[in-house]
Design a protein around this ligand. Structure first.
Ligand SMILES: Nc1ncnc2c1ncn2[C@@H]1O[C@H](COP(=O)(O)OP(=O)(O)OP(=O)(O)O)[C@@H](O)[C@H]1O
Ligand SMILES: O=C(O)C1=C[C@@H](O)[C@@H](O)[C@H](O)C1
Ligand SMILES: [Mg+2]
Length: 175
């Protein structure tokens, strides 16, 4: 049974939508950021602060190497998972990749609600978001399905993902 992998920039809703989707389709739910924190017994901001981004990326890949083998799971990733082709090869071998996008204004608003994203701890968050998005956009578009979440609720996003899963034969008809 294929996994559903959610990729996308910070604040596009991977974690909240992924949890909801897993509940609706009866899959297990894994969030790579949460898993990294649990396995390493350390928060992501603390990890960045103590050991830097490179160390975090290595821990991220370790977690992906484990969870890519799961079945029947919705896997919500961290925003930078797409940067390492090894991560994406592992994940896509055993799953379909759904990319969530959002406008810069939506991202700015949503990422201001909780301040636990080390890469956005900066004075000019809009500028950093624009720069990171520019560098990453091509990766976020390498997906089996791309959904703009700017003006729809997490529930509506899951409706679209479920439609996509049914059309691809990943999920059987209603039930
Ligand atoms: N479609 C949506 N419409 C409005 N708000 C949303 C939507 N999706 C998520 N949010 C809100 O945006 C914030 C960020 O969502 P979430 O943590 O799920 O994003 P994420 O993609 O997992 O981010 P990160 O990459 O940093 O883990 C949360 O407050 C969430 O409730
Ligand atoms: O976009 C990113 O590079 C990140 C996103 C978050 O989900 C975390 O994985 C971490 O803060 C890095
Ligand atoms: Mg998340």
């Amino acid at each position: 049974m294929k996994n559903v992998i959610l990729i996308g920039f910070m604040g596009t809703g991977k974690t909240s939508t992924g949890r909801l989707l897993a509940n609706r389709v009866g899959y297990s739910f894994i969030d790579t950021d949460n898993k990294i924190e649990a396995v390493n017994k350390m928060s992501i901001p603390e990890m960045f602060q103590k050991y830097g981004e490179k160390y975090f990326r290595e821990r991220e890949t370790e977690v992906i190497e484990t969870i890519a083998k799961y079945h029947h799971a919705v896997i919500s990733t961290g925003g930078g998972v797409v940067l390492n082709p090894h991560n994406m090869n592992l994940l896509s071998q055993n799953g379909v990749v759904v990319s969530l996008t959002a406008s810069i204004d939506s991202i700015l608003e949503r990422t201001s609600r909780r301040n636990s994203r080390p890469l956005l701890e900066t004075v000019d968050r809009r500028k950093v978001i624009e720069e990171l998005l520019k560098a990453r956009i091509e990766f976020y578009h390498k997906a089996d399905c791309v959904i703009d979440t700017s003006n729809i609720s997490p529930l509506q996003v899951t409706d679209k993902i479920i439609d996509f899963m049914r059309k691809g034969g990943i999920l059987r008809a209603r039930g």
